[in-house]
Design a protein around this ligand. Structure first.
Ligand code: FAD
Length: 444
């Protein structure tokens, strides 16, 4: 059995960490370091879904865009996630209306609800070869009480015209291939992709639209060029070169460092871990999630699972703050998979990896505009494929003043940067090896 386990050194290196996605993705787009100083209308920092979708939509509207990433496009969470395209937030639509009032909540709900359409439309329009499957997402509960709550959520979306299915124990057992669950619901908007291929496809599309993308290039500082009288921003890069731009978009999510004061202390960065088996026999694979649905469980200690397009089973879930050190750190996920599908017998794992998500105190995505010409979009709370793609489209509209997101049509709440109190405790919890959920419980 081979163990492709991401070590601390792989994490800190510039190479993409080993994962199922790294092993099976489409070719990486050329993204050479930026070594000569340059100018741009917009400098985008971070080449994940958020940064690349922003760049693609801006370039399509004629802006001169440069994207820089300290690693290569897709090195962050965008190239390592579970590939479940879910157009939802933590909060159900009715809760959002209660929280923000109808006038602010409805455009937000529309943007979120349409975000999976956006992903699959971009895949089709730019012919991104990323194994798209649109068979829906199953949310599954272990108890009748949990299932009742899910069905209430499903009815909220149903009232808004979304195709949902309420499933009882037998229906779940037939579709998922396990009798572990009391029931669940299917969200017909959702689907699955190969996330690193999608990221690279977005990068290719952005380049074709005219954006420049540079890997191995970190922004080490940002300063306003007040002396020029034009208020441009000047970014100093790890290569020694600089970029001057009218506007800067910070899209660093779970890998946010000290670049913008206070920003990293608005986020709890937690690791999510994933394992993938070798290919199952076709009979075994056909009996599990036969239509290609994705699935996750309802508990706080959420588990998410799916098959890839070649019949491998993936299971993801909580990790600890610390990066994984050995295959043992994934044992809880492997046990969960084997408990769900005992009929498969002992499973053979080919890949184990992890990545960092950014959790906010209110579990909402955060858009900040902390200074003229600076936009920050972070806090995807573990569901960023659809959300970050939507962020990018709407931020582009907001910056160019054209299309979706322009003017008052920007759907995401814009908030000030407010650090989480006692954020420094995160380090203590890392050292103590306590699950990040304990920390969230304290702040929650
Ligand atoms: C294991 C795992 C499983 C997940 N599963 C799912 C899922 O199934 N479905 C779903 O919707 N979401 C999932 N998510 C969440 C999703 O992957 C993220 O929300 C999303 O990828 C965030 O994208 P991003 O572009 O904002 O950030 P990232 O993709 O993390 O990119 C940030 C980039 O910023 C760069 N960077 C940081 N600092 C600098 C600097 N100073 N200069 C230059 N570059 C810098 C980093 O190198 C990095 O590439 C998962 C996440 C993880 C980790």
């Amino acid at each position: 059995m081979t163990h492709h386990t991401m070590t601390d050194s792989a994490m800190s290196g510039r190479a993409l960490p080993p994962s199922l996605w790294a092993a099976t993705a489409i070719e990486a787009p050329p993204a050479p370091a930026l070594t000569a100083s340059a100018r741009a209308d917009v400098l985008v920092i971070g080449a994940g879904f958020t940064g690349l979708s922003t760049a693609l939509h801006l370039a399509e509207q004629g802006a001169a865009v440069r994207v820089v990433d300290s690693h290569q496009p897709g090195w962050g969470a965008s190239g390592r996630n579970g590939g479940q395209v879910n157009p939802t937030l933590k909060y159900d639509p009715d809760e959002l209306v209660r929280k923000f009032g109808a006038a602010r909540a409805e455009p937000l709900i529309d943007a979120i609800s349409g975000s999976a359409d956006l992903v699959f439309d971009l895949i089709a329009r730019h012919r991104i070869d990323c194994q798209p499957v649109r068979a829906g997402w199953l949310q599954l509960g272990y108890t009748a009480k949990a299932v009742d709550g899910m069905h209430a959520r499903a009815r909220q979306w149903e009232r808004r015209g979304v195709k949902v299915e309420m499933l009882n124990r037998d229906a779940v057992a037939r579709r998922v291939g396990t009798d572990a669950f009391a029931g669940g619901w299917l969200d017909g908007r959702a689907g699955a992709i190969q996330p690193l291929s999608y990221t690279r496809g977005l990068a290719n599309a952005a380049q074709r639209a005219g954006a420049s993308i540079h890997g191995d290039t970190a922004v080490v500082s940002l300063a306003r060029q007040a002396a020029s009288g034009q208020g441009r921003w000047k970014a100093t890069l790890s290569t020694g070169a600089t970029v001057e731009a009218e506007h800067v978009v910070i899209a660093t999510n779970g890998y946010t460092g000290p670049l913008w004061p206070g920003l990293s202390s608005t986020l709890l960065t937690a690791n999510s871990f994933i394992v993938a088996t070798r290919r199952l026999s076709s009979a075994a694979a056909d009996a599990i999630l036969a239509r290609g649905e994705t699935a996750s469980t309802s508990q706080r200690l959420l588990l998410y699972f799916r098959k890839d397009s070649e019949g491998r089973l993936l299971m993801g879930g909580r990790g600890f703050f610390a990066d994984p050190r050995s295959p043992d750190d994934f044992a809880h996920l492997e046990r969960s998979l084997e408990l769900l599908f005992p009929q498969l017998g002992p499973l053979d794992y080919a890949y184990r990896w992890s990545g960092r998500i950014a959790v906010t105190r209110d579990f909402m995505p955060h858009v900040h505009e902390p200074a003229p010409g600076v936009t920050v979009a972070v806090g995807c709370n573990g569901r960023g494929i659809a959300l970050c793609t939507s962020f990018g489209k709407h931020i582009a509209g907001r910056l160019t003043g054209e299309g979706a997101g322009a003017g008052d049509s920007f759907p995401y709440p814009i908030s000030p940067i407010v650090p989480i109190p006692m954020h420094g405790l995160q380090r203590f919890y890392v050292a103590a090896g306590v699950a990040w959920y304990s920390l969230l419980d304290r702040f929650g």
